[in-house]
Design a protein around this ligand. Sequence first.
Ligand SMILES: Cc1cc2nc3c(=O)[nH]c(=O)nc-3n(C[C@H](O)[C@H](O)[C@H](O)COP(=O)(O)O)c2cc1C
Length: 440
Amino acid sequence: MSEQHRQIHLAAHFPGVNQQTVWSDPAAGSQIEFESFRRFAEIAERGLMDYLFLAEGLRLRERNGQIHDLDVVGRPNTVSVLSALAAVTKHIGLVGTLTTTYNEPADLARQLRSLDVLSRGRAGWNVVTTTNAFTGANFRKGDHLPHAERYTRAQEMISALEQIWATEQGHTTRLDSRYFDATVPQTLPASPQGRPVLVQAGASGEGRDIAARNVEVVFSMYGSFDDGQQFRSDLDERLEHFGRGRDDLKILPAITLAIGDTPDEAEERAQEICRAQVSDANAIYFMELVWGRDLSDHDPNGALPAFDPVEPTTANGRVPREGDLAARIRQANEWRAEAEAKGLTLRDIAVREYGRPSLVGTPEQIADEMIERVDGRASDGFTLVGHLVPDGLSEFVDRVVPLLQERGAYRTEYPQNATLRDLLGVTAAQPVELEGPVRA
Ligand SMILES: Cc1cc2nc3c(=O)[nH]c(=O)nc-3n(C[C@H](O)[C@H](O)[C@H](O)COP(=O)(O)O)c2cc1C
């Protein structure tokens, strides 16, 4: 008799423009052409995954007032890509990230319901509030709401969308809250899953409350066993507070992989991937986030800056590395001492700090580790982020998925006509009522 394991849920993250994806690799495809998305979806669906996931960036990254062209830049609109994918996939869920800060309810509700109807109940919405202040410049408001206000608006947006989605076709919804004052007609029927699955990404207390109150899946960065367990128990308390059960919410942290035939080979692969991810230019960029200023006059293969970090002077489209100035100065001093003692360059430190892939090992080791984390409730599965687009997850699908299946921890086929909510095995949360307007 094989041991009983909890079922693992998997999502495939089509990386946006970030340092995880190695676009310079000859095997990398386009981040724009539909063929990349189609192939990526085909691999994820071959791996029987719950959903394919797209992040959102509404501007091109900038650095010192210039477009940050270290990587490829730009990506097509999320809902357009997912709608096109609905036509070439059959089972897999299609989850798009869309911001609550820079959208209006009628438009967002209609886009997401359209995707849900076109895909016959396979749509999901990753609720984000957008960190990057400069995104505000795209919009009439031109400014960014403070963090707490963004979450007030997010809750109102979720409630508004739920109200609109619960309204029958041909009827209207009246929205009257702090941020919204609109009368919205329901132009479409419901999909087989009623409304899109809600996913959330945002780690503060407010973000976690939004998740515990409203959503069915959290996309987190807490990939290690201990961090995952801590995050889970924090969310469990919040779920209880909002009258929901632990199984009403799945947590799928981001995971990166290096697979090898032997542990040594996997380790070598991990090193190779890290060095490809942290190119010379990316090493400088990474250190600029710590030092808070332009370091383009520094040699990535030379010493770390001799001066201390400062308060950031340029808005480069990225929030500076976490930690206050004193902590960043301490960090810089530690790295400098270590670099001198061991003869390490700026890039050596960046490669190491940027972080090795989260799971490094043979297919057996990776399958064991995943099962252990899910059985130990450190997560309910994983959002897989490959370092290559579009084929980066094929080795995982071909070599690790069969082992998860053999061990009874993963589905062996898609259920017939399953919606995304069916695949995840979750029920929708009770909608939160919109609070009345707080207009003076
Ligand atoms: C794992 C993760 C993924 C995120 N993905 C996006 C994204 O694709 N687009 C976006 O505009 N914001 C994204 N965000 C930003 C969040 O929505 C939020 O604005 C930010 O994390 C600040 O909120 P917090 O303090 O609650 O974390 C992401 C955040 C996290 C933690």
